[in-house]
Design a protein around this ligand. Sequence first.
Ligand code: UD1
Ligand code: CA
Length: 489
Amino acid sequence: MSQTRPAAVVILAAGEGTRMRSSTPKVLHSLAGRTLLGHVVHVARTLHPDQIVTVVGHGRDLVGEHLTEIDPDVITVVQEEQNGTGHAVRIALDALAGVEGTIVVLSGDSPLMTTQTLLALCQAHEGELNSATVLTATVQDPTGYGRVIRAVDGTVESIVEQSDADEGQLRVREVNSGMYAFTAGPLREALNQLTTDNSQGEEYLTDVVALMRSAALRVSAVSAAHPDEILGINDRAQLAHAGEVIRDRRNRELMLSGVTIKDPSTTWIDVNVDVAPEAVLLPDTQLLGATSVGAGAIVGPRVWLLDTEVGEDAHVRDATCELAVIGAQATVGPYTYLRPGTILDRGAKVGGFVEIKNSRVGEGSKVPHLSYVGDAQIGSDTNIGAATVFVNFDGENKHRTIIGDSVRIGSDTMLVAPVTIGDGAYTAAGSVITDDVPAGAMAVARARQRIINGWVQRKRPGSSSAQAAQRAEATGEDTGQTGSDISQS
Ligand code: UD1
Ligand code: CA
């Protein structure tokens, strides 16, 4: 197959998109980690055109900024008034003066188009020496779309908009996708002849077809590989539907590449996420943004990862993680929250009801239960006891805690930062650590226990506790009643 490269791709994105009922321009709504327009620009780039021109209008500042961000080489032209798709393409061609060859037109609100189908479109266009080649699909319900009227020889005679169609034309189920390949010269000539003589009073790009036919030029059509590819997004229900289509595509691609996905219908993976073969994804899992998952990792059930790296053979379940790095063989969850700047080294373990932010947990170290770790560096082979809190905020500023290798932090320790715990040191359970602990030392920072014998029977007479104490006394159990009244241990 010869590789055809269009001279230019024109993307129409000036429309308002009222049916979204949104203050965000329609083409900036997001779908699987990219905007609608981002998907279209992306597929346009895969054709390697010399130029991409996007026609903007409604929300032009935001749309223009977004384009600069995702692809600064895209040329934007402004359509002040939305006088129709034909008018929009005419303005785009002003920015492409002197350009000859194939011009592909795409719609900024049709994000599901594939490279494969667009290459087939370009190939047919050039191979058949067409002046226009319309990308079509045959759909169950053609409502709202322009109908493709074919001549007996199979070429395309005209495209009739829904609002201008007669009864016979309305029954046609082959519809115009709004995407085309044109030859620059005949396109320019036809655009100059467009009128607004139709039910919507707009310059229809679709009228170019009949104009070319009457100039004895050839217009043909190519069908999309799958009707889903032509879906245009006009409202949020269609946006959700497109989300499902893209999810199914992406999951299928990954499964065929060697990723196990237990429940594809509840597994949502953004387009820029990498999942290595032999990874296992369990139900209710969302992998978003620039997330990556290494080989052999098990992710899920119920995991939400944004911009997070999961290493090989790591295990993450019931977790919410953002901008975190989970090392190889590390385990996370259930019920764990990893916030930006969390780095878990190889084999680290973070368990239930643990929140970590901006901290590094060294190789093989564990934060198994009920802890908050903030602004800390933890060495290797260290254990953080249950319910430890890294007290990093003094009400005004954040401070760091440094913990060495093979440290044992007792349960319910408060580490009041800034503070440093040396290698191999221990802290006693329940301690409030405000001063540095040298290597190998034990730090105890808590009140001593007091025993007040007989307190319950004196202060809570007749209570079930007092009765239990009474019975213990009767069976000769030591209640301390015979010793000193107050003893210390
Ligand atoms: C268009 C086609 C219809 C096709 C359908 C496929 C025409 C007249 N009709 O109808 O045959 O079946 O797409 O989805 O072309 N736009 C501009 N400037 C304008 C008008 C529109 O940039 O002045 C942009 C819109 O933002 C949108 C695209 O062009 O991205 C299509 O416009 P829209 O109004 O949605 O056309 P449809 O009525 O859907
Ligand atoms: Ca549309």
